[in-house]
Design a protein around this ligand. Structure first.
Ligand code: NDP
Length: 339
């Protein structure tokens, strides 16, 4: 059973050498009545927040730190192989929290979703039909309360969350602009995802000027994925009563200290609302309603998904590290097995 362990706590940018693929053993049996299941992990989700778990924290975070020598874990699509649990049978497909390994023993599965639409690629449950999709929907509509006709800006726009934010905002009748880190990604935003405008933030000498060019009347809703200099420039370009949904700040995850406090006084004069949120608060019925709505959009072609699939568990460390140089084009997934 090959598995990816954290070799050492990480400071700065993570490298492949911070992780190691090792071979362990796992007995594919569960005791009757034990409620345990053994799953075969098919698609692992690579998410930037995993980096925040690779450092040791003095203060407790919203998720536990990884421990050197132990297997990484995250959301995945997995198939039940053996079950002692009354709710599962062999062959069931689940989206659940599991180890970065070929097979996992889960002693008491609590956090999982059944896969209701196996007609789509199963990997979609790590992206458009999974956590990134729900994150995009909840952040855009519940937190930022985006409405028809509003000016919406999203950073890291071609990524797992960003591409869905942009497309959902278009379906809702907003004007949508995205930023991304390469010309290829910018082209994708315009041609594949239907953004109204887009720019390569790495080529812009002045982010403030780029935003003024794209939003001469200012921004109503900012879906914040990156933090740092982009957030500062956005604050200067927000319209009165604008809303900022703080989803993540990927530019900050490798820093020992956040790089500079943005000009929060902008919040006062413009009466802005800035609110962080966690996708974990949008489970249960919200997740189910979202899944049906998104499945409908996918069938109608209103939303499309672009994925970057790395093959095999050995490719997992590089895939995770690649999120921090923007190597991924779309949702980064690791295909450990196809079925
Ligand atoms: P992505 O698929 O967007 O991958 C990360 C991307 O971030 C990279 O491809 C890169 O794109 C960009 N990036 C990396 N480093 C930097 C940097 N220093 N400055 C600017 N951009 C950078 O990831 P996700 O869509 O999965 O995640 C997007 C955000 O959403 C993250 O901040 C993540 O933590 C957050 N998140 C929050 C959740 C919540 O519950 N609040 C749930 C899920 C995700 P590029 O080439 O364009 O630079």
């Amino acid at each position: 059973n090959r598995r990816v362990i954290l070799k050492r706590y990480v400071t700065g940018c993570p490298t492949e050498e911070d992780m190691e693929v090792v071979v362990g053993t796992l007995r594919l049996v569960v005791l009757p009545g034990s409620a345990a299941i053994v799953v075969k992990n098919l698609y692992l989700s690579c998410d930037p927040y995993m980096r925040t778990r690779m450092s040791r924290h003095d203060q407790p975070s919203f998720v536990p730190d990884f421990v050197p020598g132990e297997v990484l874990d995250n959301w995945a699509v997995s198939k039940v192989m053996v079950s002692g649990h009354p709710d599962f049978k062999p062959g069931d497909l689940l989206c659940l929290l599991t180890g970065w390994e070929e097979y996992s023993l889960i002693t008491n599965p609590k956090v999982y979703h059944k896969i209701n639409h196996p007609e789509f690629p199963l990997s979609y449950y790590t992206g458009v039909l999974g956590v990134p999709g729900i994150t995009a929907h909840a952040g855009l509509f519940e937190v930022a309360k985006a409405k028809k006709g509003e000016y919406v800006f999203v950073s890291a726009a071609s990524g797992a969350v960003g591409q869905i934010v942009g497309q959902l905002a278009k379906v809702a009748g907003c004007y949508v602009v995205g930023s991304a880190g390469s010309d290829h990604k910018v082209n994708l935003l315009m041609t594949k995802f239907g953004f109204d405008d887009a720019f390569n933030y790495k080529k812009e000498l002045d982010l403030d000027a780029a935003l003024k060019r794209c939003f001469p009347e200012g921004i109503d809703v900012y879906f914040e994925n990156v933090g740092g200099a982009m957030l500062e420039a956005v604050l200067r370009n927000m319209r009165p009563y604008g809303r900022i949904a703080v989803c993540g700040q990927v530019s900050q995850y490798n820093l020992q200290r956040p790089d500079g406090a943005p000009d929060l006084f902008q919040l006062v004069g413009k009466r802005l609302r800035m609110e962080g949120f966690l996708v974990g608060d949008y489970g249960g019925e919200y997740r189910q309603r979202f899944e049906e709505k998104m499945a409908g959009y996918l069938k109608e072609g209103k939303v499309v998904s672009v994925e970057d699939i790395a093959e095999g568990i050995e490719a997992a460390p590089a895939a995770l590290v690649g999120l921090f140089s923007g190597r991924n084009i779309g949702k980064q997934v690791v295909a450990v097995a196809r079925e």
